[in-house]
Design a protein around this ligand. Structure first.
Ligand code: 13P
Ligand code: ZN
Length: 273
């Protein structure tokens, strides 16, 4: 099968387009990666080219040795992916030490994978281990309301989690483990990747202060839905904070405890104090 006929490639392109339609991807903002299933890689193997050079990932991901990923390109616009996938996204494989990658398809004219490849791959590594291989998607976007909140809320996990949970009843059901916050750091390297991975060990969502959000999930729908929910909750909170600094009522710690019981979810007590 041709790469462009594969369902996971079509779904990947649709997610990029949906994110662009939401306004989360100005210019080349944001990036997406998908850990390809063995049978999916098999189904397109005749359309892959294994002759490229190995290039350093910029970090080491030994538990991803031999894995293939579909990734967005660095400097590429989400707006253009649907019309020209081969120039804007690509399939890469990781070598047997987890130190280098090579391009097997796409990223035409010497384009490179996203500059956030270290963060994507280190997050994949952590999630692959902690979910028994279930999580396959890592998504980074620049949603406006979430970014705005990073200028007014204290940059700690508890405040962000609790404030976002209180905006909409479904929030603790959709991200029960909470939200991690990474302070402002230079993007695109190993240091910010290491800080993000520390958060991703505990959460599915990591805020990058004054920059954007990373979300992780099992598939495209769940990961996009998670990004969407966090951003919608952020929008509600921005509206509340724009109206008043005094809320008359909110969802209480006991409300969250009751919700957790009925929805059969576990939410950490540290966020309910
Ligand atoms: P890339 O174009 O390299 O993916 O970078 C976009 C971005 O959002 C960096 O954080
Ligand atoms: Zn970014």
């Amino acid at each position: 099968m041709k790469v462009l006929e594969a369902k996971f490639v079509k779904d990947f392109c649709k997610m990029c387009d949906d994110g662009y339609s939401m306004g989360w991807h100005e210019r080349n903002g944001g990036n997406l990666s998908y850990r390809i299933k063995h049978e999916e890689a098999e189904s397109i193997k005749d359309d892959l080219n294994g002759f490229g050079d190995w290039k350093p990932i910029g970090t080491t991901v030994p538990n991803l040795a031999g894995e293939c990923f579909l990734v967005t390109g660095s400097g590429k616009y989400f707006a253009n992916i649907k019309a020209d996938p081969e120039s804007n996204i690509g399939i890469i494989s990781v070598d047997d030490k987890g130190e280098n990658y090579k391009v097997l398809w796409g990223l035409k004219n010497n384009a490179r994978p996203t500059s956030e490849l270290p963060t994507h791959l280190m997050n994949h590594e952590v999630k692959k281990q902690s979910t028994d291989g279930k999580y396959r998607v890592i998504y980074h976007a620049h949603p406006v309301n979430l970014i705005a909140l990073t200028f007014v809320l204290p940059l700690d996990d508890k405040t962000f989690t609790r404030e976002l949970w209180e905006t909409m009843t479904e929030c603790p059901v959709i991200f029960p483990s909470g939200v991690g916050v990474v302070p402002w750091m230079v993007p695109g390297g190993r240091d910010i990747a290491l800080a993000t991975v520390e958060k991703m060990k505990e959460y599915d969502v990591a805020v990058w202060a004054h920059h954007g959000l990373f979300a992780s999930g099992e598939d495209f729908d769940l990961t996009f839905g998670l990004m969407h929910t966090v951003e919608k909750a952020s929008e509600v909170l921005v509206k509340i904070l724009s109206m008043t600094d005094r809320r008359r009522q909110t969802i209480t710690s006991d409300d969250f405890r009751n919700l957790a019981k009925d929805f059969n979810i576990t939410i950490p007590e540290k966020f309910l104090k």
